[in-house]
Ligand binder design. Structure first.
Ligand code: GDP
Length: 442
């Protein structure tokens, strides 16, 4: 996950600060020196770091902070607020035209993830009730048209193509077509190049002049760090853009691009690409990103993710079963699968406050492989066994292990875990019933 190393360093710095009790001006200065180093190591633009630290310092060495009862918390709060401001303050949405269709033009260099992002964005908007049309105007990269068509088929979203025709003409015709088909969003996948050149810019400018897009979004690859920032600056100066989509934030990019791009170009990040899958595009929230970096978690994004991935009716049904103590291994399996829809476990944990670190603890292996084992084991059981695990004797255990490609110990462990989970649920239920706050803590 992006920012991991930056997050680690900042959290260490603040941990030291918290241990201090009262803070002196030099304690704060020392901590800010470490923050500065951590940001520079994360490849944040030098000038951006300098300005940021100056702002934090100005606010953090005031009497109010130093004399407060929780000075370290105060300092962290200030850093959090300034990081949020740095990334644009509040979420920047795309402008939806009052008279449809809204035309969105995606631009960027080859390999940044433009075509994939066209599909992801169309998918996201479709889920919000829009009717997108994707347009294949990248006529130079071999296979770009086909790639978009395949995405369209998968997502059941129409794709407009005219083969190798002039891209300006394609874009213009696509908007006409959208009007005819009553599609309210047009997403144009334009051509990229390996490097910025005049030919590319001229082509993009012609498309811009002809179709007058409501949004020109630049797709840049977070892994390229300050190069991404430079690319954004050039596109903004030469073509004019309305926002940025930063891709590959799921990788191990150091985070410099995400933290510098708004400050350098003046243009906000509107979406973040978090993986290769088609649902891995998230609206970019500066405040949540800052909290994630500071280890305060991103509970809001997690809730939103859960809401879109988890079937509410199913969840309520599950609760009922729990209450009646009818929870079986089938239900257990279903729950695991629902949680898995949220994404890889380590990513989910990274969004929870204080949990970012947990997965590094020894002995705690939140490996997806283990979850796959659990699923395979439960699937190898008969319906009767899943309903009543108490009948699973030695020979059944052996059969299940062979059937799931695991070992008998693995089957034993799962049964034990399930038994314990049930016991714990029962205790929670009893606590809720009696309304007493016993010593048992969740
Ligand atoms: P284009 O040349 O800009 O159209 O780039 P593509 O859309 O073909 O993407 C290039 C590569 O980047 C593909 O392998 C994509 O799967 C991958 N990619 C795009 N976005 C993301 C992302 O957010 N995360 C990851 N991990 N990979 C991505």
């Amino acid at each position: 996950m992006v920012f991991e190393s930056l997050a680690d360093k900042l959290q260490q710095t603040f941990k030291k600060l918290r241990g201090r009790g009262k803070l002196s001006e030099s304690d704060v200065a020392e901590a800010l020196k470490e923050v500065r180093m951590a940001l520079l190591e994360a490849d944040v633009n030098f000038k951006v770091v300098k300005d940021l630290i100056a702002k934090i310092k100005e606010r953090a060495v005031g009497q109010e902070v130093l004399e407060s009862l929780t000075p370290a918390q105060h300092v962290i709060k200030i850093v959090n607020e300034e990081l949020t401001q740095l990334m644009g303050g509040t979420q920047s949405r795309i402008a939806i035209a009052s008279r449809p269709p809204t035309v969105i033009m995606l631009v960027g260099l080859q390999g940044a993830g433009k075509t994939t992002t066209a599909g992801k964005l169309a998918h996201l908007l479709k889920r919000q009730g829009k009717r997108p049309l994707m347009v294949a105007a990248d006529i130079y990269r071999p296979a770009a048209i086909k790639q978009l068509e395949v995405l369209g088929e998968k997502l059941e979203i129409p794709v407009f193509t005219l083969g190798q025709e002039n891209p300006v003409y394609i874009a213009q015709k696509a908007v006409d077509q959208a009007l005819m088909m009553a599609r309210d969003i047009v997403i144009i996948d334009t051509a990229g190049r390996l490097h910025i050149n005049e030919e590319l810019m001229n082509e993009l400018k012609s498309i811009k002049q002809t179709v007058k897009p409501h949004e020109i979004l630049l797709v840049v690859d977070a892994m390229t760090g300050q190069d991404a920032v430079n690319v954004a600056e050039t596109f903004n100066n030469d073509l004019g853009i309305d926002g940025i989509i930063l891709t590959k934030l799921d990788g191990d990019a150091r985070g410099g691009a995400a933290l510098s791009i708004k400050a350098v170009t003046g243009q906000p990040i509107k979406f973040a690409g978090m993986g290769e899958k088609l649902d891995a595009l998230e609206p970019f929230h500066p405040d949540r990103m800052a909290s994630r970096i500071l280890g305060m978690g991103d509970v809001l994004s997690l809730i939103e993710k859960a809401e879109s991935a988890i079937n509410l009716e199913k969840a309520q049904e599950m609760q009922k079963k729990l209450r009646k103590e009818e929870f079986t291994l089938d239900d257990f399996l279903e729950q695991i699968e629902q949680v898995r829809k949220l994404g890889p476990l380590d990513q989910i944990l990274g969004m929870l406050p204080g949990m970012g670190k947990l997965k590094q603890l020894q002995g705690l292996d939140f490996d997806d492989k283990e979850v796959k084992h659990i699923i395979a084991i439960i699937r190898s059981m008969t319906a009767k066994e899943r309903r009543d695990p108490s009948i699973i004797n030695g020979s059944r255990r052996k059969r299940i292990a062979i059937g799931s490609g695991t070992r008998v110990q693995d089957v034993n462990r799962l049964l034990k875990q399930f038994g314990e989970a049930k016991k714990m649920m029962k205790r929670i239920q009893e606590m809720q019933k009696s309304g007493k706050k016993s010593g048992f803590k969740l």
